[in-house]
Ligand binder design. Structure first.
Ligand code: ATP
Ligand code: MG
Length: 445
């Protein structure tokens, strides 16, 4: 076999045997976000390049090194979204959501694209669950957004994930801090990487986020922003901490967190695990009070987070957390001959319409091969259908877990089967809670 090509480096196929995990995570995060009042928004995979240049920031790794940017056939510069916030804020502005009740609470699950060095927990196409809350400056909003991420981890049973919190102040307090940082790095600049040399001029705080080991080492003793934040930013930070404490959400203050994107102000946070190797940040977010204005909108304080679902799945796996598998096939009908096959197709159609997982033979297999197939797909019940069964209007339903057989009528089979399942489930429930024989729990339904 000579394959024409393989999947692109840094991308992943999620195979049918695994996809239930992603589906479960996706449903879970949307459900939990829904409880907080976040509504899903879907934005395009590609946007005009300038949206990210402005919205993510010219001095970030993402814009400088990681974007998939190309000219389309009309000569426009297009970029595959490297993150979700810029697109969500663009849509918020374009559709006038700032005129509606504030705060607007938006959430999304989307694939992002970054040209990074592929490794465990770092891909070139990856999925993010994100939330954005637009139109509130209150520290209660910071606490609420953080508690949403926290609840997701708690719901999934994740342990040992640490919430690290910092405040990076506002543009005002950052001015003084930038000067201090500049002075610090200026003295060591011969060892900085070329990108950081550029950052030293434009945005020295970015140096703290550089992944190069040498720059990381130089940054170790750099001044920390928390010592420079103004009274208002400091009061905001104290208030966020007070809320979190009252909500029983553990955190540690990590003065080194500055986050990779330019638009953050005040609160920034990461949920970090030591269980999944070097890419331990599963969720990162914070406040971005200046971004909406930066993109041409009215002054709108806002905040959000992005959670990498791939890293989340790695974390669940590393902690042995099993996700519920989807229901397998409820009933497999094994027809013998063409006449029975036609009848079987009609029967599975009715069963599926009633919400039952039903399959039959679509490959012209022998009865023996069909039974093997039913076993492979984990069918709960099988039913052999031949001319005799069709003539008598009744067939045998076989419980695949223990071989027990039951008569079932073919007329109104969907109803018959649903009732049969219900009786068996309530009987099993009765047994498990110790209801005496002869008492029919279905009467309570
Ligand atoms: P990192 O420091 O790991 O590069 P980041 O600061 O660039 O992360 P964000 O832009 O804040 O990450 O994205 C939020 C989340 O998205 C991250 O915490 C992570 O879970 C996930 N993420 C980011 N980049 C990747 C990637 N290349 N592959 C897989 N997940 C990613
Ligand atoms: Mg990154």
């Amino acid at each position: 076999m000579a394959l024409l090509t393989k999947a692109i480096k840094g991308t992943q196929d999620i195979m049918p045997t695994e996809v239930y995990k992603n589906q479960f995570i996706e449903q879970t995060v949307l459900d939990i976000a829904g409880k907080f009042g976040f509504r899903e928004i879907r934005t395009p995979v590609f946007e005009h390049t300038e949206l990210f240049q402005r919205g993510v920031g010219d001095t970030t790794d993402v814009v400088q090194k990681e974007m998939y940017t190309f000219d389309d056939k009309g000569g426009r510069s297009i970029t595959l979204r490297p993150e979700g916030t810029a697109g969500a804020v663009r849509a918020f502005l374009e559709h006038g959501l700032f005129n509606e009740t504030l705060p607007q609470k938006l959430c999304y699950i989307l694939n992002c694209y970054r040209y990074e060095k592929p490794q465990a927990g770092r891909w070139r196409e990856f999925q993010q669950f994100g939330v954005e809350m637009l139109g509130t400056a209150s520290p209660a909003a910071d606490a609420e957004v953080i508690s949403l991420a926290n609840e997701i981890f708690a719901f999934l049973g994740v342990e040992g994930i640490e919430l690290q919190l910092n405040s990076i102040g506002c543009p005002e307090c950052r001015k003084k801090y930038h000067e201090a940082l500049k002075a610090y790095f200026e003295a060591k600049k011969e060892n900085l990487c070329p990108t950081c040399l550029e950052r030293l001029e434009k945005n020295p705080m970015r140096i703290l986020d550089c992944k190069s080991p040498i720059c990381k080492d130089i940054s170790k003793d750099a001044p920390v922003i928390i010592d420079y934040i103004c009274d208002e930013c400091s009061a905001h930070f104290e208030s966020v901490k007070k809320y979190l404490t009252a909500m029983n959400i553990d955190f540690t203050v990590n003065p080194k967190i500055v986050r990779g994107l330019d638009y953050y102000t005040r609160t920034v946070f990461e949920f970090v695990s030591t269980d999944i190797g070097a890419q331990g940040t599963v969720c990162g977010g914070g406040r971005y009070d200046g971004l909406v204005e930066e993109l041409g909108g009215p002054k709108t304080p806002a905040l959000g987070f992005g959670m990498g679902t791939g890293r989340l799945l790695m974390l669940l796996q590393s902690q042995g957390i099993e996700l519920p598998t989807p229901d397998s096939c409820d009933i497999y009908i094994a027809p013998m001959g063409e006449n029975a096959s036609v009848k079987a197709m009609a029967l599975v159609t009715d069963l599926r319409a009633a919400g039952v997982g039903a399959q039959t033979d679509v490959a012209g297999r022998s009865l023996k091969a069909q039974m093997k197939f039913a076993d492979k797909i984990d069918a709960k019940y099988t039913m052999v259908l031949g001319d005799d069964e069709i003539a008598s209007g009744s067939a045998k339903l076989k419980d695949m877990t223990n071989g027990e057989a039951f008569d079932i009528k073919l007329d109104e089979l969907a109803d018959e089967f649903m009732n049969f399942m219900l009786r068996r489930e309530t009987a099993a429930l009765g047994e498990s809670i110790g209801v005496a024989d002869g008492i029919d729990l279905t009467a309570l339904l």
